[in-house]
Ligand binder design. Structure first.
Ligand code: BEZ
Length: 223
């Protein structure tokens, strides 16, 4: 079953969160969004993940990205656990947590968004949420999705890096190569003919010579 595909409009769901009830598109407003799920509150890997996400929240704000987390735990659990996450980050427990967490106790959203991990079950044998990431563009469409099992924590620096790539490539007809970091040279996509590429990228196009003699490995400075 395919679930949500890249380019699909993200569902405008309603949910209870630690910051009150939301309608997702209103929550996003004109911002980009990142919705990420975790298996369970008060668990070690999840605590390190949400701690890292909280530490990076200013970086996401600077990129106009609104963050929101989700698990199948209750609002009460989320509120108690965020104090632990702040303590893990060596911050005061009275500080406001920088993004809301959705309480999906009934697993309605987790099912609708394909977030459940059939291999991870609670004490009643019910599946927990996997480590899912959705990045949503300002047009409310899905731009990227990642799905990790419960036993593998995510790299939130990588998620910031892909946001940088998504935002750059939304504005410019370029692509970013493996391990690209902001400021590094980018690639000219293969569907841009040679003459057009020269006009489109006045900073210059460098084409790497290859044994096939095909001229597809083209670089240009980041626009
Ligand atoms: C964790 O967050 O540590 C975790 C949660 C569920 C399964 C495995 C690990």
């Amino acid at each position: 079953m395919p679930g949500l595909l890249l380019g699909d409009e993200f569902p405008n769901f309603e949910a209870e969160t630690t910051n009150g009830k939301i309608k997702f598109h209103d929550f996003l407003g004109d911002s980009w969004g990142i919705l990420f799920s975790h298996p369970r509150d008060y668990t070690p890997v999840c605590t390190t993940e949400l701690g890292r996400a909280a530490k990076l929240s200013d970086e996401f704000s600077r990129r106009n990205v609104k963050m929101i987390a989700l698990s199948i735990d209750s609002l009460e659990d989320h509120r108690g656990w965020t104090k632990d996450i702040l303590a893990y980050n060596d911050e005061e427990s009275g500080c406001a947590f920088p993004f809301p967490i959705i309480a999906d106790n009934q697993r309605e959203l987790a099912v609708a968004l394909g977030m459940l991990d059939p291999d991870e079950k609670d004490k009643d044998g019910m599946p927990l949420t996997a480590r899912c990431v959705f990045v949503i563009g300002q047009d409310k469409k899905l731009k990227l999705s990642l799905l990790y099992p419960a036993t593998t924590g995510r790299n939130f620096d990588e998620i910031l890096r892909v946001v940088d790539s998504l935002q750059l490539t939304a504005k410019n007809r370029v692509a970013t190569p493996a391990d690209w970091q902001p400021g590094e040279r980018v690639m000219v996509p293969p569907n841009i003919p040679e003459e057009e590429a020269a006009a489109m990228f006045p900073a210059g196009v460098y084409t790497k010579e290859l044994p096939s003699e095909r001229k597809y490995l083209r670089y240009t400075p980041q626009p």
